[in-house]
Design a protein around this ligand. Structure first.
Ligand SMILES: Cc1cc2nc3c(=O)[nH]c(=O)nc-3n(C[C@H](O)[C@H](O)[C@H](O)COP(=O)(O)O)c2cc1C
Length: 209
């Protein structure tokens, strides 16, 4: 069983990384393998809504981490996405990545437990956490919850490590995700699979003539 830990900060080993490493330690304690994926700090395009990805699960732009990340998420059993809070929301680079990763490929992630983690100095954690959860809950990904909404506070890794409640919340998220993963594994072994999905209906907000 493997959980992918996505570090959406431009800092490779900053606060978000420190939070994800706390979870990695807990997953390891429970016998779950983890893999860290850093999006880097190079230029990333936003989604241009060209719809080339539809039915393919791949972005038309192949010059950054997006397609590699889609493959990694499709291959893992669980996903944790970590972001620093920028102006009360997901950091811009990660937002560009996630919009392109999830637009079509979200159907490949269905059924995989997921959790968001946010790192902030002071404020905006709640709205950013909600934003991350939007990607999971539009993708039929069961969200692993905890004793609080996953946030750590700090401007440097040592400050994050001193956020004892934040760290404990993340360890419980890792435990709850492990339990979900094992429950899904046991259900599958017993022949319990998700229900067949209806063909997707899409209604935009217009008044039929
Ligand atoms: C452009 C920018 C915007 C930020 N906006 C916020 C914010 O709205 N609220 C906050 O508490 N911290 C804000 N911060 C601080 C970071 O969220 C915080 O230092 C974070 O823990 C850094 O994580 P990292 O080391 O993984 O990059 C901002 C930082 C930057 C660079």
């Amino acid at each position: 069983m493997k959980v992918l830990l996505l570090n959406g900060s431009p800092h490779e080993k900053g606060c978000t990384y420190t939070a994800l490493m706390e979870m990695a330690g807990q997953f390891q304690k429970r016998g779950v393998e983890t893999e860290l994926f850093w999006i880097g700090n190079g230029p990333v395009r936003g989604c241009i809504d060209c719809k080339s990805c539809w039915g393919k699960g791949r972005c038309v732009f192949d010059d950054d981490c997006v397609n590699r990340l889609i493959e990694k998420i499709a291959a893992c059993d669980g996903l944790v996405i970590g972001t620093p809070v920028y102006f009360g929301g997901i950091a811009g680079g990660l937002k560009c990545v996630l919009d392109r990763v999830f637009y079509d490929a979200k159907r490949l992630f269905s059924g995989k437990p997921a959790a968001g983690v946010v790192s902030c100095r002071r404020g905006g954690a709640g709205s950013t956490f909600d934003q991350l959860n939007k990607y999971f809950t539009i993708s039929s990904m069961p969200v692993a919850s905890s004793q609080y909404w996953n946030s750590v506070h700090g401007d440097a890794p040592e400050e994050v490590r001193a956020d004892l409640e934040g760290m404990q919340t993340l360890r419980l998220t890792a435990d709850n995700m492990t339990w979900l993963l094992r429950s899904i594994q046991a259900a599958r072994a017993a022949g319990v699979e998700p229900y067949e999905r209806e063909v997707r209906v899409k209604t935009s907000f217009y008044k039929p003539q």
